[in-house]
Design a protein around this ligand. Structure first.
Ligand SMILES: Nc1ncnc2c1ncn2[C@@H]1O[C@H](COP(=O)(O)OP(=O)(O)OP(=O)(O)O)[C@@H](O)[C@H]1O
Ligand SMILES: [Mg+2]
Length: 315
């Protein structure tokens, strides 16, 4: 990061004091929550006694344009919940008690329709089956454009362009359900791309893919990030899978953002160690060398880099 503060225009997502209690958690503990509310009035949201019910707890975050961000954290730490606030799914579809403020591309999400926000912030789920609705890949990708009311000739042109870019033209007449996991992810990404989003968020997109398909989806996302300047946020608990691609990391822990910063800064801090996220052995080794003041360079983010750095260090 350079020294000058980011301008408002570069900031795509801002959250301030964001907390959320799912409706089911409220219903199960209504007595306790209501009595806190009665006792404390409007300031009850800050009472630490509420923390155990919150899926998100006082999150302040600022996400800048063009970043490739990995969001990591233990199961249940609030990763999926947090990204659901970025396109308004929370609190529009997932009900509950919502405190604080989320601003996406200059708009307060509470005042925007999910359909409007979704054009700018695309969300891809772990299992794209839930997202694919049409009978053919081509229809699937055209769906969003038709909803926007685009003319048929324009739709054709855009479809051809996107399918070529994502190398899925040969799949155009196939049924989305009959595709492999990696192909399904590509189709889900393609249908989101038609809307020309500024941000694409993927919730564990490679969890069910074999390593080769996972690499190919991540390479595609890197290309969209670098060539089209689309901000990418990927939830991924396997650090070794995402490290070669990301330039920032958000570490979530018990509904909080423990740290958000450039990859090197986060690797060198102790926040990852406070979570159950597994730190690859080659990274642990370089961290130990640094601790013993035997190494002062950057921490490698993939095995090949680690081998090179180790060779340099030995010489
Ligand atoms: N739809 C829901 N209704 C009620 N509670 C929920 C819902 N989704 C998540 N939660 C709860 O909110 C908390 C945060 O869950 P969330 O799914 O955001 O975590 P996560 O970090 O994405 O976990 P994982 O890595 O397992 O996907 C958990 O306590 C979870 O049980
Ligand atoms: Mg999740």
């Amino acid at each position: 990061m350079n020294g000058s503060p980011p301008s408002e225009l570069d900031t795509q997502i801002i959250t301030k004091n964001l907390s959320f209690i799912y409706e089911s958690a409220y219903k199960e503990n209504r007595g306790e929550i209501d009595s806190l509310l009665k006792e404390k009035g409007p300031s009850f949201k800050d009472d630490p006694k509420l923390d155990k019910f919150k899926a998100l707890n006082s999150i302040d975050l600022s996400i800048l344009k063009g970043k490739f961000i990995a969001m990591v954290g233990d199961t249940g730490s609030g990763k999926s919940t947090l990204v659901r606030t970025f396109n308004g799914l929370i609190p529009s579809f997932y009900r509950g008690i919502f405190f604080g403020y989320v601003n996406v591309l200059g708009k307060d999400t509470i005042q925007e329709k999910v359909s409007a926000l979704s054009q700018h912030v695309g969300l891809v789920f772990q299992n794209p089956d839930n997202q694919l609705v049409a009978m053919t890949v081509e229809r699937e990708i055209a769906f969003g454009l038709e909803n926007l009311g685009m003319e048929q000739s324009q739709i054709r042109e855009k479809l051809t362009q996107i399918m070529e870019y994502l190398k899925i033209t040969h799949l155009k007449d196939r049924h989305p359900y009959d595709l492999s996991g990696g192909e399904k992810q590509r189709v889900a990404i393609a249908s989101i791309l038609t809307l020309e989003p500024s941000v694409i968020i993927l919730d564990e997109p490679t969890a069910t893919l074999d390593p080769q398909a996972a690499q190919s989806v991540l390479n595609l996302l890197k290309k969209l990030n670098e060539e089209n300047k689309i901000t990418i946020i990927i939830i991924e608990h396997r650090l070794e899978v995402i490290l070669p691609f990301c330039n920032e990391i958000i570490v979530m822990n018990q509904g909080n953002v423990l740290e958000h910063g450039p990859t090197q800064q986060v690797l060198l801090s102790s926040s990852l160690q406070k979570t159950g996220v597994r730190i690859p052995e080659y990274i642990q080794m370089f961290l130990q060398l640094r601790e013993k003041a035997k190494y002062s360079g950057t921490i490698p983010t993939n095995i090949d880099q680690a081998v090179l750095k180790l060779k340099e260090w030995l010489n």
